[in-house]
Design a protein around this ligand. Structure first.
Ligand code: GDG
Length: 456
């Protein structure tokens, strides 16, 4: 079996304290790397003090070598905070209005990808299979090809791919699409994303779909496929059952008394529909007064990308909104929204999912959304809660037991909340079973195996 080389923007080196298990993606990729032996390269998250990024640092743990590089301040500003997060992220989430193009940042994005290729090149062996992850690194295969590498190279896009009318507004869209054609296999989260990608190629006269997932472009034939990412379903279910005994979870349970808990968990990001969600919760309490004082909405929202101005502004706006809603609908003995603006430990998170009667997941656009899947896996099979899920999350394509909502329709979400909270036990169990069976059959190991099988 060929060695596996994974490249992603950040590298989750296993936590030696063993305190918090890493997320599903890290676990699945690590398992594949363990099996085949492997290398995982990416940015250390550190910014070098000088104009030089410094040497590559490697650390070998068993059969896996982790290779980390620092980046310069300019690199981070242009590649990461610049083009990746102020152009590609909003464009791929259908937010033309938030995309800010700067030629310098676009050039920086391609330059840093070349730099990653240069760091990787001396470590590569001829039969290595290379798997590159996400929008930060789209040009990487093209750079490696230019350097003469003929290895199998696959790419997985964790976020959505937009329709042509949106993508074409991005000045370097042709270069980005051409970069993707340098891979042997390009994986998307849903059939929708793959269709959009093919639509973009067609619209620009750059390529067309052949049979069996093959795609013909000017100079190459490569494959496109759908590989919906999952979680470690069984492990997470067990983890959540144990987490019910966690002291913080038990304290939270006591503190909500006999109220029903609605939970939301999202990185602070405009794609997650948080403003509309808080509006919808307010509308629900006002529109269904029987629930006044009877529900608690816990929204856990760790900060992310605070150096991007839109994120910083949103952080302030959301805190203000949650405070305003609490002030207007709360009572002296009832705080309707508990808004937490930092990351909480994974065992606590799992226990809180299990405690919640409703998982409220309403992104405006999301590649997959693992929170929706974790919420289902964490439920008590004898008394499961209900998932209220945005139809615009990739997860909506497979979670057939969820109550699907339009995340822009605050009254629709309010109504779904009332339905979820009033749902009889039998219907809750039936709906949960349908989603859970899908999660068991399509877990993260399957995702990883399917992709690597097709790439191989
Ligand atoms: C991208 C795509 C796609 C969140 N808060 C805490 C915490 N989390 C964990 C969740 C979950 C993960 O972070 C978030 O994953 P999502 O899938 O929901 O969203 P993105 O971060 O936007 O991920 C997405 C994903 O990539 C994978 O392909 O599904 O569409 O946007 O695992 O549990 N974990 C802890 N504390 C928190 O406060 N410990």
């Amino acid at each position: 079996m060929s060695r596996l080389v994974v490249v992603s923007n950040r590298v989750p080196i296993p936590d030696k304290t063993g305190a918090a298990p890493a997320g599903g993606l890290a676990v699945a990729l690590e398992a594949a790397l363990q099996e085949r032996g492997g290398l995982w390269l990416g940015w250390s998250g550190q910014t070098s003090e000088t104009d030089e990024p410094g040497p590559l640092r490697t650390e070998t743990l068993g059969p896996i070598t982790y290779a980390l590089t620092d980046l310069t301040r300019t690199d981070v500003d242009e590649y990461y905070f610049g083009f990746a997060n102020r152009v590609l992220w909003p464009i791929c989430h259908y937010r033309l209005d938030l995309a800010e193009y700067a030629r310098r940042e676009m050039a920086g994005y391609f330059r840093v990808n070349r730099f990653f290729a240069e760091r990787l090149a001396p470590l590569l062996q001829p039969d290595d299979v290379i798997w590159i992850h996400d929008y930060h690194l789209i040009p990487l295969a093209g750079e490696l090809r230019r350097m003469g590498f003929k290895n199998r190279i696959g790419f997985f896009l964790h976020i959505p791919w937009p329709p042509a009318d949106i993508l074409l507004a991005m000045p370097v869209h042709e270069e980005i699409m051409r970069s993707l054609s340098q891979y042997d296999l390009v994986g998307f989260q849903t059939d929708h994303d793959l269709e959009n990608f093919l639509g973009c190629l067609k619209r620009e006269g750059m390529g067309q779909a052949l049979d069996e997932g093959r795609i013909q472009t000017e100079d190459r034939i490569f494959r496109g496929g759908v590989y919906s990412i999952g979680i470690e379903t069984s492990a997470f279910a067990e983890f959540a059952e144990k987490a019910a005994g966690n002291p913080t979870v038990r304290r939270t349970k006591r503190s909500i008394e006999d109220r029903k808990l609605i939970i939301g968990v999202d990185r602070l990001d405009y794609s997650k529909g948080l403003t509309q969600r808080i509006d919808a919760f307010e509308r629900f309490v006002v529109g269904y007064p029987a629930y006044h004082g009877k529900v608690t909405f816990l929204q856990i929202t760790p900060k992310s990308r605070s150096e991007v101005p839109e994120y910083e502004a949103m952080q302030r706006a959301l805190a203000e909104q949650a405070g305003r809603v609490n002030g207007s609908i709360g009572a002296v003995d009832w705080v309707p929204i508990r808004y937490i603006n930092r990351s909480i430990a994974r065992p606590v998170l799992a226990g809180l999912y299990r405690l919640a009667r409703v998982g409220l997941v309403t992104p405006l656009r999301d590649g997959m959304n693992l929170v929706a899947k974790e919420y289902i896996a964490a439920q008590d099979p004898e008394d499961p809660g209900v998932l209220v899920l945005s139809r615009f999350a990739g997860a909506a394509r497979s979670m057939k037991g969820a109550l699907l909502v339009n995340p822009y329709d605050v009254e629709g979400i309010a109504h779904a909340l009332s339905r979820a909270l009033a749902m009889p036990l039998d219907e809750r169990k039936d709906r949960w079973r349908v989603s859970m069976d899908d999660l068991l059959a399509n877990d993260v190991t399957r995702w990883c195996d399917d992709f690597l099988r097709d790439l191989g």
